[in-house]
Design a protein around this ligand. Structure first.
Ligand code: C2E
Ligand code: MG
Ligand code: MG
Length: 611
């Protein structure tokens, strides 16, 4: 039911009294004062009056038949719509009026009879003001409550939104973190995460005496060949397949990471026996020896593995990896497709290599190089047909250093470009000097070794042109020895350079033939003048009495492609005889002469030797 409040302008007063006189007196007094006054003679009438309009104030007589004032007040207070309407008791002086009880049942004040008009008004007004204030407070409270509710709802909404946002941020963050710590191709941990894991393992080893771990560094053997010949997509497919196969060799407690390119790192933890690491490496090598069946190709891919026992004495996790890497390099040097265990001596060697690198830089600046010349003999005439220029390094402390020691370092550091150009220039100048002597054969050739790296230099041809112009040598007498890796590159740039060399009549020789991986079809598409059979085949020829190894086949290949053949590393007369029987065109080796200093070359020419 909806109960009406009294008219807001006129305050409503309900007088409950069984005495009609009292009612009349009070009523006229209060009406005069501007109140709206209603009258009730008993509880029943009061109830009806409240149900019609809720009064702002109730004046309640105590002494009434049936239901007395205390009881009426209690009932009003118990009824929720009238509970907070102020009740002022009216009591005659001769009544037995219990003030305490009046307040206890909920009265707010009392007015004694007979009425002091002034007092009645003041008490009524007081209660009216109080009531108004109370109502205002109630209204404000209700408003406040409403606002709080609204605000709470808004805050809850905002909170929900915020939580949603936080969740999606967290998702994004963990995705980013995942990207930062993982390799996108294989999904494996990357180098960064791997180092973190190594760090943890190192800490554990430093804290727990019986915690043992090992670090493996794995590098695929000649992965570049797959990338270059079959393309990067196949290379990527292969890397994924390799990572799967590696994972299968490990337990969930181990960490497999892709460190970059074709390099993988493995952390073996909680090892009871360190030899387990060797077993894992052996199993990996065995697994990698099986072919990979990719979507379009079947590929073979082996790897070299360096093993480093995790010692607690390492200061930094990076050093653990560095030493595993060094051991891996040793495995490669020992013939690839194998593992090698790191020992501290290797670190010393690595440091020496670094020293060598630094020294080599200085050597290029200070031109500490020398060229020795080794004669090449025409087997037709038995006479010297040319010389191969072989570089040496005159190290200020270590003395003469062989190219086999420093050329790989020079290639790795890019210093090879400067060295090879210097050799080319010097050898051409040397040829020019020799040709000034009348005893020198007219078509004496000079062979210069060029590293594959020079073929990616756009200035190579211009530099060769300049050298030829300056030294005035006949380009037809210049022979450039290249290795199979040059033609393996098979790029248009390389082709263009080779074509331009041909145009200048400069000869091209495939050095160390048989040791590389070039296919015959590649060989066919390059205009080479000669194949130089590697000394390892010449050596085997002697041991292999019946069929002379592969040398006859190599000579056959060269002949069918219209190339001449030079046999390298001829040391015995037996080898020489066999090569002659096989119709090999040229030979070179200690049997004829060691590589010589330039001054000794003239003596040799002068002696006009014949073999
Ligand atoms: P290479 O071009 O195959 O040169 C032949 C190597 O075999 C030379 O070693 C030579 O001294 C050695 N040799 C000659 N006759 C015999 C023999 O009868 N028996 C044996 N066992 N060895 C013989 P060297 O001078 O130590 O040069 C090694 C390699 O270093 C060269 O192999 C070549 O690949 C590279 N090299 C030398 N000079 C240069 C250069 O100026 N530039 C570049 N890029 N590489 C060079
Ligand atoms: Mg050579
Ligand atoms: Mg050679």
């Amino acid at each position: 039911m909806n109960y009406k409040r009294s008219d807001l302008d006129k305050k409503d007063i309900l007088i409950i009294d069984d005495m009609a006189d009292n009612l009349r007196v009070l009523s006229s007094l209060l009406t005069k004062e501007g109140y709206n006054v209603r009258k009730a003679l008993n509880w029943q009438m009061a109830l009806t009056a409240c149900q019609t309009v809720l009064p702002d104030l109730i004046l309640l007589d105590i002494m009434m038949p049936d239901v007395d004032g205390y009881e009426v007040c209690q009932r009003l207070k118990a009824w929720d719509i009238t509970a907070d309407i102020p009740v002022i008791f009216i009591s005659a002086l001769d009544d037995v009026f219990d003030k305490v009880k009046a307040f206890k049942v909920g009265g707010v004040d009392y007015i004694p009879k007979p009425f002091e008009f002034e007092e009645v008004l003041v008490r009524v007004q007081n209660q009216m003001v109080l009531r108004a204030a109370q109502l205002e407070i109630l209204k404000l409270n209700a408003e406040l409550e409403q606002r709080v509710k609204q605000r709470t709802w808004e805050l809850e909404k905002a909170l929900q939104k915020l939580q949603g946002e936080i969740a999606s941020r967290q998702q994004l963050q963990s995705k980013l973190l995942d990207m930062v710590l993982h390799d996108s191709l294989t999904g494996l941990p990357n180098r960064f995460l791997f180092i973190k894991r190594l760090e943890k393992a190192l800490h554990l080893a430093q804290q727990e005496a019986n915690y043992q771990f090992a670090v493996l560094f794995l590098d695929c053997d000649r992965f570049k060949v797959v990338n270059d010949s079959l393309g990067h997509l196949v290379g990527d497919e292969l890397l994924i397949a390799i990572s799967r196969r590696l994972q299968a060799c490990l337990t969930p407690a181990d960490t497999l990471a892709r460190l970059g390119g074709d390099e993988f790192g493995i952390l073996l933890e909680k090892l009871t026996d360190i030899s387990t690491a060797i077993q894992v490496a052996e199993q990996i090598l065995q697994q990698l020896s099986l072919s990979f069946k990719l979507s379009r190709y079947e590929v073979f891919m082996n790897a070299s593995i360096g093993i480093n026992w995790g010692s607690k004495d390492y200061d930094q996790p990076e050093y653990l990896l560095r030493d595993a890497d060094t051991a891996m390099y040793r495995a490669k040097a020992l013939g690839r497709a194998r593992y090698h265990v790191f020992d501290p001596a290797m670190y010393q060697e690595a440091i020496q290599l670094l020293d060598l690198e630094n020294d080599l830089r200085r050597a290029v600046e200070r031109q500490e190089f020398l060229i020795y010349y080794q004669p090449i003999i025409s087997l037709n005439t038995g006479r010297i047909s040319g010389f191969e220029a072989l570089v040496r390094w005159q190290h200020p402390v270590r003395g003469l250093i062989s190219p086999t020691e420093f050329i790989p370092v020079a290639e790795e550091t890019g210093l090879i470009n400067a060295i090879d150009k210097w050799v080319l220039q010097s050898a051409c100048e040397q040829l020019c000097i020799w040709q000034a002597y009348s005893i020198t054969p007219k078509n004496l050739t000079i062979s210069v070794n060029l590293s594959a790296q020079l073929f990616s230099q756009p200035t190579l041809i211009a530099q060769i042109d300049q050298i030829i112009t300056e030294t005035k040598i006949n380009p037809a007498n210049l022979e450039l020895e290249i290795t199979e890796s040059v033609i393996m590159e098979n790029t248009n740039a390389v082709k263009a350079i080779i074509h331009q060399l041909k145009e200048r009549n400069i000869k091209l020789i495939m050095d160390d033939f048989g040791t590389g991986y070039s296919s015959l079809s590649y060989l066919h598409s390059f205009p080479l003048n000669a194949l130089k059979i590697d000394k390892s085949f010449v050596k085997i020829m002697q041991e292999n009495q019946e069929n002379m190894g592969l040398v006859p086949a190599m000579i056959g290949i060269a002949e069918s492609m219209g190339m001449t053949v030079i046999a390298e590393g001829v040391e015995t007369t037996e080898q020489l005889e066999k090569l002659r029987i096989l119709n090999c065109g040229f030979a070179q080796g200690y049997l004829f002469s060691q590589p010589l200093e330039p001054q000794l070359v003239l003596k040799l020419i002068d002696a006009v030797p014949q073999w």
